[in-house]
Design a binder for this molecule. Structure first.
Ligand code: FA5
Length: 342
């Protein structure tokens, strides 16, 4: 068979095969078959043109080139066809039915504890307090010693703590933050320290092993118990409503002297007596007191020159009282049916 006949045959075969190819992998395979550098059928013929006599060469060379262009064109057209067919199939498979109802995604919302925390911060910011934070892993010194709670002192039982390795524990209240703040700055000090605390308490409706507190501390010259009372009364009004009244009952904390628990008249029954205030008309909202001189001395403040007050409240407790939640566990269960109410 002459080369021209071979070319004709190759052209016909290529046209048939390429037009039948319906996948890109088949196109690649055929490209190798015809144009492969080693053993490609057209490549071999084109190489053979060089060996022809000078008379034969121009006609055969021209014909071979035409076949080459023809086949290349076939490949290009078929490749585009495969791509377009694939695209059409994909588009029809992934067609969107705009008449179907959409998928609803619940919008994120602020957790009840954060709502409460923000409100507490707002009230104290309004009173000129700045907000600082302290570490959640504490040393025995900051959690106890510096707060006038020596080891073996029975009052340590008020804070049943999670101990880590020797000398370290998860802080069981935010009061250690007071010490960090005073160590870093000279009076006047006016800060609140919100944060997480951890205790080995048995879980029940009002206790959880992790919870939040907001600590407050003010130290300056001539600070008295009246300042403490006035400040916390303003807080109670800001947080629970301007008609609220406060009362201070004697209490005990090793790091404050005197100490007081802060009561607010029940905002559910207006002090008449109900389930929330256990019929007493009053609700305890936090612990407080005048900073113990030993604590001041420990951080290098002169207790003859400076006095101060401190207070600490449970954020879960405030949230539960404000929003009428009767079980603390609801705040940690992440149940949207509950959380989306607030
Ligand atoms: C303290 O922790 C003191 N550091 C507060 C304080 C600060 C007093 C500064 C004086 C001066 P107490 O142990 O009472 O105090 O805790 C304060 C509040 O934290 C409690 O009233 C309660 O609301 C909350 N709380 C304590 N334990 C838990 C718990 N296991 N789960 C949830 N809330 C808790």
């Amino acid at each position: 068979m002459s080369i021209l006949e071979q070319l004709e045959q190759l052209k016909a075969e290529a046209e048939r095969e390429i037009k039948e190819a319906s996948q890109q992998s088949k196109i690649d395979e055929l490209w190798t078959k015809y144009f492969g550098r080693k053993g490609g059928e057209l490549t071999s013929i084109l190489r053979g043109v060089k060996t022809l006599s000078a008379e034969e060469r121009p006609a055969v060379g021209k014909a071979a080139n035409e076949v080459k262009v023809f086949i290349e064109e076939l490949f290009a057209v078929q490749k585009e066809k495969i791509y377009q067919d694939g695209l059409a199939a994909k588009l029809s498979a992934e067609q969107i039915d705009v008449t179907l109802p959409g998928k609803w995604k619940a919008p994120g919302r602020i957790h009840l504890l954060n709502i409460t925390m923000r409100r507490i911060k707002e009230v104290f910011k309004g009173l000129g307090y700045s907000v600082v934070s302290g570490p959640e892993i504490e040393t025995d010194y900051y959690n106890f010693e510096a707060l006038n709670i020596p080891s073996n002192h029975p009052s340590r039982e008020m804070w049943d703590s999670f101990f880590l390795r020797e000398g370290l524990l998860m802080r069981s209240h935010t009061s250690p933050s007071q010490v960090h703040v005073m160590e870093k700055q000279e009076p006047p000090v006016r800060v609140i320290c919100p944060g997480k605390c951890y205790r080995r308490d048995a879980v029940d409706a009002t206790h959880f092993w992790e919870f939040h507190q907001v600590e407050g501390l003010l130290v300056d010259k001539n600070v008295t118990f009246s300042d403490l009372k006035g400040t916390l009364e303003l807080f109670a009004k800001g947080m629970f409503g301007h008609r609220r009244r406060t009362r201070f009952n004697p209490s005990y904390f090793p790091f404050t002297e005197p100490s007081a628990e802060v009561m607010v008249d029940c905002f559910v029954c207006d002090g008449k007596g109900c389930r929330v205030c256990k019929n007493s008309g009053w609700i305890e909202i936090m612990g407080s007191g005048m900073v113990h001189p030993r604590v001041l001395k420990g951080v290098g403040y002169d207790p003859e020159k400076y006095t101060g007050f401190a207070f600490g409240m449970g954020v879960e407790r405030i949230a539960m009282l404000t929003y009428g939640v009767d079980d603390i566990r609801l705040l940690y269960e992440d149940d949207m049916r509950f959380l989306s109410q607030f």
